[in-house]
Every structure is written in structure tokens, then in C-alpha cells.
Design a protein around this ligand. Structure first.
Ligand SMILES: Cc1cc2nc3c(=O)[nH]c(=O)nc-3n(C[C@H](O)[C@H](O)[C@H](O)COP(=O)(O)OP(=O)(O)OC[C@H]3O[C@@H](n4cnc5c(N)ncnc54)[C@H](O)[C@@H]3O)c2cc1C
Length: 389
């Protein structure tokens, strides 16, 4: 059993933890940074199993600004992150993001549009003709219109994560591929982590970015936060007849989404709320809960072949479905970045940037992420989104 020392420990080396490590070091942080990752191949990480949707169509200032910042980064990711021997390709497809709406939903969309426009999002309301212009095969019988943002779209989450990992390592981060058993949060002696193999690492700053596993670690350490892990399934299929245009990431009023994935398609939905770590995947789920909806919505989806799919975990915040970011008010040096509730890919660059500023300067500079602070639950200052599925 060894005990080692560093300046800053990050538990969880997925897209969030690796973005934080990268941003700290890229901003000139001089301390020793260690990132702990138990799943070397990232087989079960939420990042590897993400649908990769990027949208500006949020309804709170903080979420819109997080997404705007991240989109800007993703557009330039290749140029910013490439170095000798590493050429990241994140496959950003700016094909748009579209919420389809029934009559009752359209007035809400008009409301959302006001804030989005104030903040510079190029969202627009589409009528039936506008929808058919983009997706000629759409059945608009029971649809009044939609809200659409052409700049948004989707990307390859695994490649984004690799971009941050490789650059964090290049700048000096050490990755330890082992499991953290417990957080040690003791400001009098020292903060740190205990490993399953018996080793202990000490550092004044510990960041918990362990995704769907983070809440359990925080609870064990005596700092519970309202986050559970929720399984979410993704289904990949092919159609006999190709669609005329590339699809935006399209959200049906039922909460079922679909988009192109290369020449194929993927789809998923807001499943029942049953917290677990169950990675099982069932064809029957698609046949019962998704096919009837997408088959009704898009002509060629009536005749499709389900090819494959997977299940990943959301770190779901049960109170307001948004990320929890910042230092814990009762544990000096303990920072959290979890609870992303299904929208962490479009927030990862901004969260890394923001948290690195908070740690190095004691305040946010580029973006104000304080609405997502830990204290909001006690202060009854929840961040309520009208557009999370
Ligand atoms: C099916 C699905 C669809 C999604 N679709 C979208 C989308 O369209 N758009 C969007 O923005 N977001 C989406 N998300 C959410 C997004 O993917 C996540 O918010 C984001 O990937 C979270 O990144 P993370 O680094 O926090 O978690 P992870 O990628 O899970 O990384 C956390 C890491 O911590 C490691 N870890 C955990 N415990 C320990 C421990 N004790 N010791 C050491 N290591 C540990 C894990 O192995 C893991 O690699 C989706 C997620 C899923 C599952």
C-alpha cells in the first residue's frame, strides 16, 4: 500500500473530467494533476454511449450559454486540439436540431424563442410547410409546427473525449487506470482518495466527475446530492428507402428522438424513471415504444430493420435535471461536476473552462456557472428548464 501526493485529483476521466484536466493545464495550472479512471476502455462510460446531440434550444440562460460556448469550441476542435501525431476528427454535423410541436406546444416555443433570440441563438419557428421543406417524408397531420436551430446538430462523443484525454496528457496530466473506492474529504488533515487496491492519494483539491457513479461516491463521503443513475437505450436501424435530406436531430412531441448516424439512423426516448445500473438492451422495447411512433412520423420508418443498439447511463439530477458544478459549501477543496441529466456532451467544453477558472482564480470569468452551484438546493434556487427530455 502506497500513499502519494499531488495538487489536484480528478475522479472520472470521461469527457467532463478530461475537459477539466485539459482546461486547467492549458490555462497554465502548475500543480500536479492526477485523473483516476476505472474503465480503461471506456466501455461503460456515458460518454462512449451518448447520442451526441448538440442544441442551443434550451430555455434557461445558463444552459443556452453553456451550449453556445461549447458549439463554438466544437466548430474549432480539430484546429485547437491537433498536435504532432494526433489529428482529432469529431464528425460535427451541423444539420440542425428540431422540436416538433402540437398546437398546445407552439405558444411555449414562441416563449422559448424570445430568450433564445435575446442571447443570440438563431432559432426559428417552422410551420408545416417549413417542416416539410426540411423533412419531406414527415407526417405533419397531428403536428402544428416546430422550433428549429440550424447551427445545432450532432457529433461523435468518443472522439471529443479522446481529444481532451490526449491533450490533457500532453500537457502533463497523469492518468491512473484504477478504481477509487472512497473520497477522503478532511480539510484538517488532507483531502484525497482511497483506491480499491489500498493505495491512497492526497491533494488539497478533489474533483468528483465520476458521471453516473459520482453520486454514490459523494454519498459515501457524507455529502449526498440528488442524483441517480438512469438507464437510457439507443436503437440503430436502417430503412429500405433512403430519406431525401440528412435529418436534423428531431424530437417528436412524445419525447422520441431520431437522427441520421452515417447512412443509418438512431433513435431513443425518455424512458420510465427507474434508477438502476442496468445495461441490458431489449429489442422489444423498440418494437413496443419507438417503432409505432417513428413509423407514424416518417414514412420510410414504417419499413425498417433494427440493427443494433446499446444502453448507457444518465447521471440524472432528480430536483431540476441540470448539472451540479462548483465547490461543495461544507467541504473545502471538494468540487463536483455531475448530474448532467443527458446533456453533458454539449456542456463539456464550457464546464471544463468554467471549473478551471473557479479553481485558479476563485471566480468564473468566461461564463457564469454559479446558477448550477451546489447550494441551490438549500437556497431553493433551482434551475428549471422547460425543454429537457
Ligand atoms: C444514451 C445516452 C444519450 C445521451 N445523449 C446526449 C446528447 O444527445 N447530448 C448530450 O449533450 N449529452 C447526451 N448524453 C449525456 C452525456 O453523454 C453525458 O452527460 C456525458 O457523457 C457525461 O460525461 P462524464 O464524463 O460526466 O461521464 P462518463 O463519460 O461516464 O465518465 C465518468 C467516468 O468516471 C469513471 N468512474 C466512475 N467511478 C469511478 C471510480 N470510483 N474510480 C475511477 N473511475 C470512476 C467511469 O468509468 C467513467 O469513465 C447522453 C447520455 C447517454 C447515456
Amino acid at each position: 500500500m502506497n500513499s502519494k501526493h499531488a495538487d489536484l485529483l480528478i475522479v472520472g476521466g470521461g469527457v467532463i473530467g478530461s475537459s477539466i484536466a485539459y482546461h486547467l493545464l492549458n490555462a497554465g495550472y502548475e500543480g500536479k494533476v492526477i485523473v483516476f479512471e476505472k474503465d480503461r476502455k471506456y466501455e461503460y462510460s456515458s460518454t462512449s454511449r451518448s447520442a451526441g446531440g448538440i442544441r442551443q434550444l434550451f430555455t434557461t440562460k445558463v444552459n443556452i450559454e453553456l451550449s453556445q460556448y461549447s458549439l463554438h469550441v466544437y466548430k474549432n476542435f480539430h484546429e485547437t486540439m491537433k498536435f504532432d501525431g494526433f489529428d482529432p476528427e469529431i464528425d460535427l454535423k451541423q444539420r440542425g436540431y428540431l422540436f416538433l410541436g402540437t398546437d398546445e406546444m407552439m405558444s411555449k416555443f414562441e416563449e422559448h424563442l424570445k430568450l433564445q433570440h435575446q442571447l443570440g441563438v438563431n432559432s426559428e419557428i417552422l410551420d408545416k410547410a417549413g417542416l416539410l421543406n426540411r423533412i419531406p417524408e414527415l407526417n405533419v397531420e397531428d403536428i402544428a409546427g416546430g422550433i428549429y436551430c440550424s447551427e445545432s446538430g450532432y457529433l461523435d462523443p468518443y472522439s471529443v473525449m479522446q481529444g481532451y484525454i490526449k491533450n490533457a496528457k500532453r500537457l502533463g496530466a497523469e492518468y491512473v487506470y484504477d478504481e477509487v473506492a472512497d473520497l477522503v474529504l478532511d480539510e484538517v488533515f488532507q483531502n484525497g482518495v482511497k483506491m480499491t487496491n489500498g493505495d491512497t492519494y492526497y491533494a488539497p483539491i478533489v474533483i468528483n466527475s465520476a458521471g453516473a457513479w459520482a453520486s454514490q461516491l459523494s454519498q459515501q463521503a457524507g455529502y449526498p446530492l440528488p442524483v441517480v443513475s438512469l438507464p437510457r437505450r439507443v436503437f440503430q436501424f436502417d430503412t429500405e428507402v433512403p430519406l431525401q435530406n440528412p435529418l436534423p436531430l428531431t424530437m417528436d412531441p412524445t419525447g422520441v428522438y431520431f437522427r441520421h448516424e452515417g447512412e443509418h439512423f438512431i433513435s431513443g426516448y425518455a424512458e420510465d424513471y427507474v434508477p438502476s445500473m442496468d445495461f441490458s438492451w431489449k429489442r422489444q422495447d423498440f418494437i413496443e415504444n419507438i417503432w409505432p411512433i417513428i413509423g407514424h412520423r416518417v414514412g420510410p420508418f414504417e419499413q425498417l430493420k433494427l440493427q443494433s443498439g446499446w444502453t448507457g447511463l444518465y447521471d440524472h439530477n432528480t430536483e431540476d435535471h441540470n448539472a451540479i458544478i462548483g465547490e461543495h459549501p461544507e467541504a473545502k477543496g471538494y468540487y463536483v461536476a455531475f448530474g448532467f441529466s443527458g446533456h453533458g456532451m454539449q456542456q463539456a467544453p464550457a464546464v471544463g473552462r468554467g471549473l478551471s477558472e473557479l479553481i485558479m482564480k476563485g471566480k468564473y470569468d468566461t461564463l457564469d456557472l454559479s446558477p448550477l452551484r451546489v447550494e441551490r438546493f438549500k437556497e431553493n434556487a433551482l434551475v428549471i428548464e422547460d425543454a429537457i427530455y
